[in-house]
Design a protein around this ligand. Structure first.
Ligand code: ZN
Length: 56
C-alpha cells in the first residue's frame, strides 16, 4: 500500500502539504490548496510526491 494522503478539507487525494491561511498545516488537494493554501516554498508548502511521472 502507498501511504496515500487525503485532503484535510474535502477528503480527496491530497497533492500538497502546506500551510493554510488559517495557520495550521494540512494536506490538500489541488483545489483546496488554491483556496486555502498560501503557496509553495520553504515554510509554506510543498507538492506531495506521486508515484509515476513527476520526479523531482
Ligand atoms: Zn480538497
Amino acid at each position: 500500500m502507498q501511504n496515500e494522503k487525503k485532503c484535510n478539507f474535502c477528503g480527496k487525494e491530497a497533492e500538497y502539504d502546506g500551510k493554510t491561511k488559517f495557520g495550521p498545516w494540512a494536506y490538500m488537494c489541488k483545489i483546496c490548496f488554491m483556496k486555502n493554501g498560501i503557496g509553495l516554498g520553504l515554510g509554506r508548502g510543498q507538492k506531495l510526491k506521486k508515484e509515476g511521472k513527476e520526479n523531482d
